[in-house]
Ligand binder design. Structure first.
Ligand code: UDP
Length: 242
């Protein structure tokens, strides 16, 4: 399968539909699967954190390009990725699939009020899902313990919304334990799914500036976004070297 290397992180060059069929096949076979939806912030965090880079390089099974910055970078590197594949879209698709097939789902992450709201929405609108766990993301237990606890519930799907790199560290442990589930880090998806945080309006999505909407509605994100110009410079340097 074709991969596109952006600063050491290998993105899978598949369309959303192709990813979905791969994930469905692995789900049917109970193959332990670790999915990362990668954006420039994650790639830059991995440049500074070798342990995180190692997780992305050696433990993740699939990395999808979540974010227009990654698509642009692939174009500059003359290996264009086909399309943006967002964590939120995959998450909602997985929820519909889980309801239809009565799958066992474990959710971990976000604030307690948010996870409770997610739980209520699933009970209302996604009947059929067997929710085998729903806990907030502000626990004190160490990740190994949490991973073992999750594995014991025999989930088909695990979603961790703890922010990076923590969500990926947790899933990496579940993957090491060979948990036979499809597992994905979903960042702020529970906040959006619960209605606590609004997704960017259509117009922002259309012009591919959802990041601008998030910045305007939550200015504390500015600090995080300052890595983006650095990302552009690094990718352009990498292009010159290649
Ligand atoms: N979060 C958590 N535990 C923590 C820190 C964060 O569960 O110790 C949650 C937070 O409540 C939010 C999510 O992790 O729901 C991270 O969201 P953010 O928008 O920062 O993630 P992104 O999608 O940008 O990676």
């Amino acid at each position: 399968m074709k991969k596109v290397n952006v600063l050491g992180v290998n993105f899978d060059n598949l369309t959303t539909n192709q990813f979905k069929s791969v994930f469905q096949a692995r789900l049917a076979k109970h193959e332990s699967t670790f999915i990362v939806t990668g954006n420039p912030e994650i790639v830059m965090a991995a440049q500074e954190n070798p342990e995180y880079l190692k997780i992305l390089q050696e433990q993740a099974d699939y990395i999808t390009p979540d974010g227009i910055g990654i698509i642009k970078a692939s174009q500059w590197l003359k290996q264009p990725l086909q399309e943006r594949v967002t964590g939120y879209d995959l998450f909602t698709w997985f929820m519909r699939l889980a309801a239809k097939k009565q799958l066992r789902v474990y959710l971990i992450g976000a604030r307690l009020s948010v996870i409770r709201e997610v739980q209520a929405k699933l009970a209302r609108e996604y009947r059929g899902i067997q929710l085998v766990g729903a806990e907030d993301g502000y626990f004190k237990d160490d990740l190994d313990l949490v991973a073992r606890r999750i594995k014991k519930t025999k989930p088909d799907l695990v979603f961790a919304a703890l922010g990076f790199p923590r969500q990926d560290q947790l899933i990496a442990r579940l993957r090491q334990l060979e948990t036979p589930a499809v597992m994905m880090g979903v960042g702020g998806s529970f906040d959006v799914f619960s209605g606590t945080v609004k997704r960017a309006p259509e117009i922002f999505q259309h012009f591919r500036v959802e990041w601008l909407y998030r910045l305007l509605t939550n200015p504390t994100r500015l600090g995080r976004m300052l890595v983006l110009p650095k990302f552009v410079v690094r990718v352009k340097q990498a292009r010159k070297k290649s």
